[in-house]
Design a protein around this ligand. Structure first.
Ligand code: RIB
Ligand code: CA
Length: 319
């Protein structure tokens, strides 16, 4: 099967690490040409370090390029209350052997996309700052981008405020730029990611894999759960489970049949205390042409099984 050329833009972050696990476990189906880091869960220095440390640890050989330090207009808001000060909870990984790319993220994305013989898919699992900056600075890349698969936004609810999801909340202007780009977009918002959860008992199946990597993965996800219990923002009423938000953005590309969604017109609020709210027109009240495929359902059991299998794949590869 021809591998899908992709670039991953990420802010690791615990569920970003789970996403990287799933993506690199499927490098037989994904041609991961570049990883870029964005500022979100924690600051750019930490996300870049974490990406390089985690990818080095799982034996991935990939360029990791540093992205922008803060959102386009807003001050950076981080999520250390969920992911911990380091971004990886209390889990330590060996120092990275992967060096930071000598190309900044936007240059690396531009050159990777323009050099590709095929269109490239962008997987984005943090604020869209880097992707928006790429499109503003180099619109010539647009025809060479197959699709943007983004974890972010929500048709209903929020985890940073009653109506805003974190990645959209941090940089709503970037969302607006990307959503207006004309590039095909699939959005794994909270509507689907709040159904893509792992229960504490299911999480123990990670531990049962019995490797050091499995133990570290389990420590990551249980830290996340413990922090969820302490935060004022319980994600929906699921504060006893772990939402593997970012995994959806990759799994959809490989297993679309596990998901259901709808083409909708989506815009984002840019000002005031609802800035970052993604307004999803499910019933076409605006009469505007749909610009985003919004996911709303996932076959949860299969999702969990797919993820567990990816932990086993990486574990087997490391041992
Ligand atoms: O709202 C969930 C998103 O915010 C995930 O991408 C998580 O990693 C955080 O960045
Ligand atoms: Ca993320």
């Amino acid at each position: 099967m021809k591998r899908l050329p992709i670039i991953i833009d990420t802010d690791p972050g615990i569920d970003d690490a789970m996403m990287l696990t799933y993506a690199f476990a499927h490098d037989d189906m994904l041609d991961i040409r570049l990883v870029t880091t964005c500022s979100g869960n924690i600051s750019q220095s930490k996300t870049n370090y974490n990406a390089r440390a985690f990818l080095s640890y799982i034996g991935a050989d990939v360029e990791v390029a540093r992205g922008l330090e803060h959102p386009i207009f807003r001050e950076l808001e981080v999520a250390e209350d969920i992911h911990g000060e380091s971004g990886f909870g209390n889990v330590q990984f060996p120092a990275p052997t992967l060096a930071e790319s000598n190309r900044p993220a936007i240059t690396a994305m531009l050159e990777t996309i323009m050099a590709s013989n095929e269109k490239v898919t962008i997987v984005a699992t943090g604020p869209l700052t880097n992707v928006a900056a790429l499109l503003l600075a180099h619109p010539e890349v647009k025809p060479k981008i197959e699709r943007i698969s983004w974890m972010g936004g929500a048709a209903v609810g929020g985890n940073m405020s009653p109506t805003t999801e974190f990645n959209a909340h941090v940089d709503p202007h970037a969302v607006e730029i990307v959503f207006r780009s004309g590039i095909p977009i699939v959005m794994s918002g909270l509507d689907v990611t709040h159904k893509a959860y792992v229960t504490p008992d299911e999480a123990k199946r990670i531990l049962d894999i019995g490797t050091e990597f499995a133990e570290k993965s389990y420590q990551l996800v249980t830290f996340y759960l413990d922090m969820m219990k302490k935060t004022p923002f319980h994600e929906g009423n699921y504060d006893e489970v772990l939402h593997f938000h970012d995994v959806c953005a990759v799994m959809y590309l490989l297993k679309p049949d596990l998901f259901e969604g709808q083409d909708c017109y989506v815009e984002v609020a840019l000002e005031g205390n609802t800035a970052g709210t993604t307004v999803v027109d499910y019933t076409n009240k605006t009469g505007k042409t749909p610009n985003v495929h919004v996911l709303h359902t996932v076959k949860r059991e299969e999702f969990v099984g797919e993820f567990m299998e990816s932990v086993r794949t990486i574990s087997d590869r490391m041992n």
